[in-house]
Design a binder for this molecule. Sequence first.
Ligand code: APR
Length: 310
Amino acid sequence: MRRNKIAIIGAGFVGSTCAHWAAARELGEIVLLDINEGAAQGKALDLMQAGPIYKFESHVTGTSRYQDIEGSDVVVITAGLPRKPGMSRDELVAVNAKIVKEVCEGVKKYAPQSYVIVVCNPMDAMAVYAKQILGFPRERVLGMGGALDSARFRAFIANELNVSYRDVVGMVIGNHGDAMMPLVRLASVNGIPITSLLPTEKINQIVARTKQAGAEIGGLLKTGSAYYAPAAGSIEMVEAILKDQKRVIPCAVELNGEYGVHGLFVGVPCVLGKNGLEKILTIDLTPSEKEEFNKSVQAVQNLVDTLKKL
Ligand code: APR
């Protein structure tokens, strides 16, 4: 039986951690590609040598040549600069757009049937741009933001209540930036609304911390930004597609009228399976949630406008 092939573009912190999670979960053959060939090859070798210890069957290779991603089923784009402390994701637009263009041209040529997951920031705008260059249908171009932001939201809720992460349900929709939208009304512990378990003040703190979670980590690291959870969120999406899991994960996808948005990537709950984006689930937002969602949409629009001026 043919194994799945996963190309991870960018072998930096996020990319190499994606390779790590994907190998540990035996999702398929992994190709790490980086402009810095030595880094890609070195990390691939290092990870491969952990195989006999953890007994995973994934083959991992490193390269700087796009030919080597030929026939990939899924491509995860992590190439790009990370944020520096105090920098917003938006400030990365110009520099990362150039990288995304180069990467997408390689992906279009060598993996034209792949499902593409865009991780590099500012993710919403990079996803719009990637889709434009790739020319793939919207089912095959997905932005990773909601998977991460929702995990952060759930982690903070679970820690606050001292309950298992497994029992916390919660989603963050909207953009992957300061205007993201943790859905408090629908967050629960096995169906028990968090609004009945936590005081409003605590919930507000969790919401604020979720929105700033990336900046909090960046500030502590001083150089670079978060990578364990971003990589886990990315591989959660890869796994949902490769295993046809029909998982419901908030992803940035091109909306064509859903949620009243046309032609823009915004994070919404998506069913992910073997056809990539299989369905968008519609939430009946309250008037105040709609207002918040529109702010998120506007934030993405502003980024896209910046991108157009480049
Ligand atoms: N082609 C391939 N790889 C590239 C290119 C390119 N044109 N340009 C840069 N890279 C590689 C770098 O060589 C580096 O190894 O991308 C990698 C980026 O890695 P890091 O600097 O460690 O950044 P990382 O923390 O992994 O973040 C990558 O993901 O979460 C986002 O905001 C983050 O945009 C950033 C991206």
